[in-house]
Design a protein around this ligand. Structure first.
Ligand SMILES: C[S@@+](CC[C@H](N)C(=O)[O-])C[C@H]1O[C@@H](n2cnc3c(N)ncnc32)[C@H](O)[C@@H]1O
Length: 228
C-alpha cells in the first residue's frame, strides 16, 4: 500500500480536484484523463490499476483477472492462432502479452489514447494498435473474440455505454464471443470516472445473444456473450 498521507491526497484529488479538472461531455474527458494518467505512470500497473496501490499490488489484481479470463477463454478456444481478437481498452498491453503467449496472431488493441502505442508496437510487432473511443463510431472490422477488461466502468454515461455496446455487437462475427469484466449486481456511480454497470444495463443491446455470467472478483461478474 502507498503511504497513508499519499493515499489521503489521492482521495482528495479524485473527489474534488479531478472531477473539475477533467470535466467534459458524457461525464468526463476520458481521452485527456487516460492520456495524462499514462504520461504519469507509463507502463507501471498504477496507470491501469488503482492509483492508491503499488505496481506490485496492482499486478496481483491483474493476475487474478487474467486467471478468470484464462478460465473463460480456455473453455472456448484451444488454439488462438486463427482467432481474430479485438481488445477494447488495451492500456499498457497487459492482456496483449497474455494473448501473444496464448498464440494469438491476429490481435487488435483499441484504446482511447495512443500514448503508449509506440512502445506497444515495439513489444508486439505483429499486433495492431488503433486509437479510438468505443462509444463513438462503429468499428470497421469483425472479430471472433472481443475482450473488454476493466474498461466498461470507465464509461460513465448511459448513452455512451449503449453506443459502446452497440459498436461491440456490430463488430462481433456471427458466432463470435464478447467477454466483459466487471459487471455488478447493481448499477451505481462511484466516482467521476467510475460507474459500475449491471447486467440489466447492457442486456437490451444483446437481447438476441446468449449471455452467461460467472462470479469473478468480489461482487463482480464476468459475462460471456455469444452472438447468434
Ligand atoms: C483501467 S484501464 C484497463 C486497461 C486494461 N484493459 C487492463 O485491464 O489492464 C482502462 C483502459 O481503457 C481505456 N479506455 C477508457 N475509456 C475508453 C473508451 N471509451 N474507448 C476505448 N478505450 C477506453 C483507457 O485508456 C485505459 O487504457
Amino acid at each position: 500500500m502507498i503511504n497513508p498521507i499519499e493515499l489521503i491526497k489521492q482521495g482528495l484529488r479524485k473527489r474534488f480536484v479531478q472531477p473539475w479538472q477533467y470535466r467534459g461531455k458524457g461525464g468526463y474527458d476520458a481521452g485527456r484523463y487516460w492520456r495524462e494518467r499514462f504520461v504519469k505512470y507509463g507502463f507501471s500497473m498504477q496507470g491501469v490499476g488503482l492509483e492508491g496501490h503499488t505496481h506490485a499490488e496492482n499486478l496481483q489484481i491483474r493476475e487474478k483477472s487474467a486467471q478468470i479470463l484464462a478460465k473463460v477463454c480456455g473453455a472456448e478456444f484451444k488454439d488462438f492462432s486463427s482467432v481474430r481478437v479485438l481488445e477494447i481498452g488495451c492500456g499498457n498491453g497487459y492482456y496483449s502479452n497474455i494473448l501473444e503467449q496464448w498464440g494469438a496472431r491476429d490481435y487488435t488493441g483499441l484504446d482511447i489514447t495512443d500514448i503508449l502505442f509506440a512502445e506497444l508496437k515495439r513489444k508486439f510487432p505483429a499486433f495492431r494498435f488503433v486509437q479510438g473511443d468505443i462509444s463513438e463510431k462503429p468499428l470497421p472490422d469483425k472479430y471472433d473474440l472481443i475482450i473488454m477488461m476493466d474498461v466498461i466502468q470507465h464509461i460513465v454515461d448511459k448513452a455512451k455505454l449503449d453506443a459502446a455496446m452497440r459498436n461491440v455487437k456490430n463488430a462481433m462475427k456471427s458466432g463470435g464471443l464478447f467477454i466483459i469484466l466487471p459487471v455488478t449486481g447493481k448499477s451505481y456511480k462511484h466516482m467521476f470516472h467510475v460507474h459500475q454497470w449491471s447486467r440489466d444495463d447492457i442486456q437490451e443491446t444483446f437481447a438476441d445473444c446468449r449471455i452467461e455470467s460467472e462470479s469473478a472478483r468480489l461482487n463482480e461478474y464476468i459475462l460471456k456473450i455469444r452472438k447468434p
